[in-house]
Design a binder for this molecule. Structure first.
Ligand code: HEM
Length: 370
């Protein structure tokens, strides 16, 4: 007997590959924003403490510059999280709804944790702008954000463990529990946290290029970004190895025999190496180099893209072994609706690209946090 709830009798209104593609593309953007936010917040907090201990104006200035940008990054985290959530529900609803109900108390709490952390980021930015200490609200925001990410990892690992669903429901029908018995969970969660350092590092290297050539914070941001990218990538690689080792042998074997997944795995390794080298180059450079910063940003983006593909492989292969084949759905494509959707999607993406361009070209405002 299948452990999954019955499939929705209404067929899918668009080809499955299109849902998958849109899911993965939007999830890459969500994950990129999440990692920039977590890494940025940790680095900014560390800098704000170190700046006062060492009386370093560069550290204080860099910490304020990051804190000032974090509420905007959070807006991207939230808005870019909604599309993959909708596509994931269409594709994996039977598994995802079940796991969400099983950890319902924690899952619902995400809304309140999110509001609290968003407020904490705004509050921290305001204090940094008025040159006041923001360690306490910043730490509180970080704690809430890390809790949210842990709850997400719990749900995404529980949705592929149908074998434990019944016993978990019996243990807590109210949903006051987490997927704590899963050996893959800790390293998977740590993997995403470690990945925040290369993402934030690349963003700092790009930010350094936008500073005046004479500004002492410019080379500092480049070196800090380089260290963060290089050291973070080493940590991430260790967590990646541990996460993959915790997967069943047939899942790992399945990844290596599928050309798409195998290419993604090799792309991950190649981009991790480029990110490490670009990070070391940035960390040891005297003046910011556009080539190093762009290479590291591109490597981080492709590294996140390959992470998303491998994560997708782990989910599909694990679910298939449990009797849930995501590709086995009835599809009746409504092409006119698909057409309208795609036009709106491309239009929205173009509008966002235009707005980012406007921000990039905007006249620089003098920022003073030290
Ligand atoms: C502070 C806020 C947030 C953080 C730190 C965060 C972090 C994460 C992390 C770490 C994952 C990967 C979990 C894993 O695979 O183990 C994830 C997945 C996901 N997040 Fe977020 N997230 C945040 C907010 C949101 C919001 C507001 C939404 C939607 C409204 C969202 C939608 C998603 C979706 C849909 C996935 C999984 C996609 C899939 O499996 O198909 N996230 N998030």
């Amino acid at each position: 007997m299948t452990r999954f709830p019955a499939v929705d009798p209404i067929p899918l209104p668009a080809p499955l590959w299109l849902f998958k593609l849109l899911h993965n593309v939007t999830f890459i953007l969500h994950l990129g924003a999440v990692e920039m936010m977590i890494g940025g917040l940790i680095l900014a907090l560390l800098l704000s403490v170190a700046a006062r201990r060492r009386s370093s104006p560069e550290m204080l200035q860099a910490s304020g510059m990051i804190a000032h940008r974090l509420p905007t990054v959070m807006a991207f985290v939230i808005n870019l999280g909604i599309p993959p959530l909708l596509f994931a529900q269409v594709l994996y609803g039977r598994a995802l709804y079940t796991s969400s109900v099983l950890i319902g108390v924690f899952w619902i709490s995400v809304i309140f944790l999110l509001m609290g952390s968003y407020y904490g980021l705004y509050f921290s930015a305001k204090r940094a702008e008025s040159k006041r200490r923001w360690l306490a609200p910043g730490l509180a925001a970080l704690l809430l954000i890390l809790t949210i990410s842990f709850i997400y990892s719990n749900n995404m690992t529980l949705m592929i463990r149908p074998a434990v669903w019944q016993s978990m429901y019996r243990a807590s029908p109210a949903g006051a529990q987490l997927n704590s018995s899963d050996p893959a969970l800790p390293f998977r969660w740590l993997f995403f946290i470690a990945g925040s350092f290369p993402a934030a590092g690349a963003a700092l290297m790009l930010l350094s290029l936008r500073q005046r050539a004479t500004d002492p914070v410019r080379p500092f941001l480049m070196r800090l970004g380089g260290w963060s990218a290089a050291a973070g990538m080493v940590l991430e690689a260790i967590c990646a190895y541990a996460t993959i080792s915790a997967q069943p042998a047939e899942v790992v074997g399945g990844i290596m025999i599928s050309p798409l997944y195998a290419i993604s795995a090799w792309l991950w390794v190649a981009t991790a190496a480029i990110c490490l080298l670009a990070g070391v180059a940035g960390a040891s450079s005297r003046s910011p180099g556009a080539l190093i910063a762009s290479a590291s940003a591109l490597a981080v983006f492709l590294n996140i893209a390959s992470t998303v593909e491998i994560r997708d492989a782990i989910r599909d292969l694990t679910l298939r072994a449990a009797g849930f084949d995501v590709w086995n759905r009835q599809v009746v494509t409504n092409w006119s609706v698909v057409g309208v959707f795609l036009v709106l999607f491309v239009g929205a993406a173009a509008a966002i690209a235009f707005l980012i361009g406007v921000v990039a070209r905007a006249r620089r405002v003098e920022e003073k946090y030290a």
